[in-house]
Design a protein around this ligand. Sequence first.
Ligand SMILES: [Zn+2]
Length: 137
Amino acid sequence: MRALTVKQPWADAIAHGEKRIENRTRPIPPKHLGTTILIHAGATEDFNALPADMVRAWPKDVRAVVALATLAGCHKAAKPRCCAPWGFPDTWHWELKDIRPIPHPPRPVRGQLGLWTVDDDTLAAVQRQISIERTSA
Ligand SMILES: [Zn+2]
């Protein structure tokens, strides 16, 4: 199963907030379209990036797998702007759906670039908490 590393607080904004667009420099590789992936909160964080009242209730895990998500589609950012407030200009907007937060995020898990393959122990830890219906590329 693949994972996508996202900096905090954006990972929490996906897992526990309303963020359904992830900004990336490249489109989703076609073979991963429609697959279920894990959202991984990376080591770097910037909790001043969002209003404090928004992030207050979030767990703020880092180096942890925090949610499942389906890669529903992607599009190039439209001008003047689409997908506000989460979509940035001049990026690809990866569309996430069916978000399922993981109650006890497995950690520590080191992040990687792009869509990377989760190790068996981490995947097993996720599956003990949540059933994963769909297989992924
Ligand atoms: Zn958009």
